[in-house]
Design a protein around this ligand. Structure first.
Ligand SMILES: Cc1cc2nc3c(=O)[nH]c(=O)nc-3n(C[C@H](O)[C@H](O)[C@H](O)COP(=O)(O)O)c2cc1C
Length: 217
């Protein structure tokens, strides 16, 4: 079964190479409106968006992104065993594209930082604190809505988080009040240099259980 929404979801994947064509304010606003429509715990809508289109702001963030990605990349174990050749090719594509983004983030037409406030979130009663899920669970639906809306406009995105390694430095560079926010995601956006397509994933049937653990569809 397919329709335009399913089609957009199935072909939304990490895009890390962009053309120089700018994204318009109207396109960014449309994606932000879609993000803002996402569900959140208690409808708390905790996120703030920091949209970067000025070369200076993008360069400042790209500097910290590259440092963060360098450290992350060096920490990765050397991958030697793969299920098959296509798994190896897919791993190499991701590694090369991730490196490319780290080297060229400043040239991305727009970058959106999804910020979440540092606030007490777990409610408590006489029995103690209650685990109702983390606050970032109320931010990532907005991130994905944003990426899907961008896809529908022909704009590519990638959800990224390595920038969190240098949260304090990035937020200071952008004038965010100290100690009040963390970065849930950094999302670059622009027209893809390649094409959208269905990314390889495990079949859902391999990870689905019906009524009792182990009952496969
Ligand atoms: C929580 C999260 C964090 C991620 N962090 C990064 C990142 O820091 N840098 C990066 O290049 N990609 C990052 N990615 C992108 C993933 O590598 C990508 O979604 C995954 O490899 C699937 O890519 P595909 O949809 O093209 O198959 C992140 C994705 C998620 C959901």
């Amino acid at each position: 079964m397919s329709n335009p929404v399913i089609e957009a979801i199935m072909t939304t994947r990490a895009i890390r190479r962009f053309t120089a064509e700018p994204v318009t304010n109207e396109e960014i606003s449309t994606c932000l409106a879609a993000a803002q429509q996402a569900p959140s715990g208690g409808n708390v809508q905790p996120q703030q968006y920091l949209v970067l289109t000025d070369p200076e702001a993008k360069t400042a963030v790209a500097h910290w992104y590259a440092r963060a990605y360098d450290r992350y990349e060096r920490s990765l174990p050397e991958a030697t065993e793969f299920r098959d050749e296509s798994a190896r090719a897919s791993w190499e594509r991701t590694r090369n594209a991730s490196r490319h983004l780290a080297d060229h983030l400043a040239d991305t037409p727009a970058i959106v930082l999804f910020l979440q406030p540092i606030i007490p979130w777990a409610p408590a009663d006489a029995e103690g604190p209650m685990d109702i899920g983390r606050l970032d669970a109320s931010v990532y639906p907005a991130v994905q809505n944003f990426c899907l809306a961008a896809r529908s406009l022909g704009i590519g995105t990638a959800v990224t988080t390595v920038i969190r390694i240098y949260t304090a430095e990035v937020l200071a560079a952008l004038g965010v009040p100290e100690g009040r926010f963390e970065i849930a995601a950094l999302v670059p956006m622009g027209r893809p240099r390649g094409s959208f397509g269905v990314a390889p994933r495990k079949p859902s049937t391999k990870v689905t259980h019906f009524n009792q653990w182990g009952n496969r569809p």
